[in-house]
Design a binder for this molecule. Structure first.
Ligand code: ADP
Ligand code: MG
Length: 609
């Protein structure tokens, strides 16, 4: 009998593959946007007509393609992103299967225009159902534009299967959300039938969430931030009271890739246990960063499902991190700092048969039951009122702590005696790491390093953005050497650096000469600070359009803050305490962790019962 097995022609194979990769217009949007990101674009424009049924076009300013690559890009298994199977386990790109463009070209009319920066002219290619119908040399700007028209023109069954424009557009916007949230530093805009639906400029993650979902989102967000050996978790969860009836705003990004994971979703749901009414779903926007080697992305054609090496541990870490954040940010406001101190004296308890003091931090805190204390409903942050003196004089500069009144009147007069030896101590240092200080309702334990970072950061930020600081003139100008690339980074920050007190004499060949530096800096620290800055710029911001002042202030603060392990004398301890509570945001460290925690007298008392 004759052999009956034969290889399918390419265009048939492509159509079959397309069935997996391209379910609807939104799938095309996803693939094209991801290709633009992989091409290193800083600006991406999405144009849609009739919910993608007539046109889906993505224009980017990325690296473009050569003429040969432009043709090859539509071949199946043609990719520039991996070379060997091993590469699958250290992926830095969205794509790697090399089948998106081939699939799309098999089921639509595609027009590609692309040009590399180094070239004068670019290439245009038109493809209809896998065959190239035209190719030209064209004048076009750097980057790539791909227009996909008449999707499923050759598969009527699929075309008829498409839903109404409203539904398909909804899917497109969902994909758009996933991509723009994963890449807040990239500019994205989106148009539907000529109307501008989104215009997002490079920003941080929180801003991107707010600009994507609307201003009101801001107040709903609770930061989550956890660094562990296995993974880093950062991002936000929605406050329980804003939970929704639908699963709308739930986003996991693993190494900047949106993924669906019912299992991990469950861990978030578990963290919210007891805080949500039935049938309500919390929002979350969480970035998980893991070693690419510890995940497998190649288990599904659309790459939205991945396999983790150690899923149960990730589940537990995620749940703990979210629980912790919810505790820290939702429970903290019910700490009652305004309570009448007289009621807290132990003598009363001896005389009266009073019931056991209630622990104020209630682990079963439920935001739906009305909070009892007045302070919890007021908008003033929990830390206000810790130090009575500071409320009346918020302008107290960080060095000037003579304004501060501690809660104990007798101690107050002697606190600021010149003679350290005789001073009554209101602060203590624990393990050269924590500063402990008394407050009205108990005590506060402060992480000295995080506190000092916060103080320096706010100080620097004001200096950089508001005042022009006069630096200290150096006796001998300082010449520092850097690589050309690093020097470029410094040069791009020259203006902000000069606001903060630096004076640059020149930027030469791999070196720069500085004649003045901020007063807070020692000249021996300058190189260290600059290197840290360059590092931060590389790590945090892939493109130019970011708040460099913020970064600068953070870097200064990080490199100059006292470290944990340093012994502090009483004056230093008090300085930290007072300057911290004069900060705008004393509770949160620069990486969104707690700077201090309070221990209520009632909590202590309950331990002695
Ligand atoms: P993959 O993304 O998996 O590599 P695709 O079929 O999506 O496969 O794309 C094939 C190749 O075409 C990519 O590897 C890339 O080299 C090139 N390419 C696609 N889109 C762009 C773009 N917008 N800019 C530059 N190159 C692109
Ligand atoms: Mg791709």
């Amino acid at each position: 009998m004759a052999d009956i097995i034969h290889l399918l022609p390419d265009h048939v194979a492509n159509q079959i593959a397309a069935g997996e990769v391209v379910q609807r217009p939104a799938s095309v949007v996803k693939e094209l946007l991801e290709n633009s990101i992989d091409a290193g674009s800083s600006e991406i424009i999405l144009l849609i007509k009739n919910a993608g049924k007539t046109l889906i076009q993505v224009i980017d300013n990325g690296k473009g393609m050569s003429e040969t690559d432009a043709r090859l890009s539509f071949e199946r298994h043609a990719t520039s992103k991996i070379k060997a199977a091993d590469d699958l386990f250290c992926l830095n790109t969205k794509g790697f299967r090399g089948e998106a463009l081939a699939s799309i070209a098999a089921i639509a009319h595609v027009e590609l225009k692309t040009k590399q920066e180094s070239e004068d002219l670019g290439t245009s290619i038109t493809i209809e159902g896998s065959s190239i119908t035209a190719q030209d040399t064209v004048a076009t700007s750097k980057g790539t534009s791909i227009a996909v028209k008449n999707l499923f023109f050759n598969i009527p069954a699929r075309r008829n299967f498409l839903k109404s424009d409203a539904v398909e557009l909804r899917h497109i916007i969902d994909e758009f959300h996933r991509v723009v949230l994963a890449h807040p530093r990239i500019n994205f805009s989106m148009y539907h039938n000529g109307n501008n639906l989104f215009d997002l400029r490079s920003e941080n993650f929180r801003q991107r969430i707010v600009h994507t979902f609307g201003k009101k989102t801001n107040e709903k967000l609770v930061p989550v931030d956890e660094e562990t050996e296995l993974l880093n978790i950062s991002g936000f969860v929605g406050k329980p009271e804003y939970a929704k009836k639908s699963r709308g705003e739930q986003f996991f990004f693993v190494n900047q890739r949106f993924i669906k994971s019912p299992y991990l979703n469950h861990s978030i749901q578990a963290a919210f246990e007891g805080l949500l009414p039935p049938n309500k779903f919390p929002s979350y926007f969480l970035n998980l960063t893991v070693d690419p080697k510890s995940i497998d992305i190649n288990i599904h054609p659309t790459k939205t499902e991945i396999k983790f090496d150690d899923e149960p541990t990730i589940y537990a870490l995620l749940r703990a991190a979210v629980k912790h954040s919810l505790g820290q940010f939702s429970v903290a406001p019910i700490l009652d700092f305004q309570r009448d101190a007289a009621l807290d004296t132990p003598y009363q308890q001896q005389n009266d048969q009073v019931s056991l003091p209630k622990v104020e931090v209630n682990p079963d805190f439920n935001p739906f039951s009305k909070p009892k204390s007045s302070s919890s409903s007021s908008s003033s942050p929990a830390w206000e009122g810790l130090y009575t003196g500071l409320q009346s004089d918020t302008s107290a500069s960080s060095n000037d702590f003579s304004e501060v009144q501690f809660e104990s009147d007798e101690l107050q007069s002697s606190i600021f005696d010149k003679d350290e030896g005789k001073r009554v101590q209101n602060t203590f240092q624990l393990q050269n790491k924590y500063i402990i200080s008394t407050i009205k309702s108990g005590m506060v334990v402060i992480d000295q390093n995080r506190a000092h970072e916060r103080i320096l950061y706010e100080d620097f930020l004001t200096q950089i953005t508001i005042n022009d600081t006069v630096g200290q003139q150096l006796m001998f100008p300082l010449t520092l050497e850097f690589s050309t690339k690093d020097l470029e980074v410094l040069q791009s920050l020259k203006e902000q650096l000069e606001h903060s007190g630096f004076v640059f004499e020149n930027f030469g060949d791999q070196q720069t000469t500085i004649s003045a530096i901020p007063a807070a800096l020692k000249d021996s620290d300058v190189k260290k600070v600059f290197l840290q800055l360059i590092d931060d710029v590389h790590n945090e911001v892939p493109d130019f359009n970011f708040s460099s002042s913020d970064l600068l202030a953070k870097t200064f603060a990080k490199s100059l803050a006292i470290k944990n392990g340093k012994k502090l004398n009483i004056t230093e301890q008090e300085f930290i305490v007072n300057a911290l509570f004069a900060c705008k945001e004393p509770a949160l460290s620069l990486s969104n962790k707690a700077i201090f925690t309070t221990i209520e007298i009632t909590e202590l008392e309950s331990k002695f019962n």
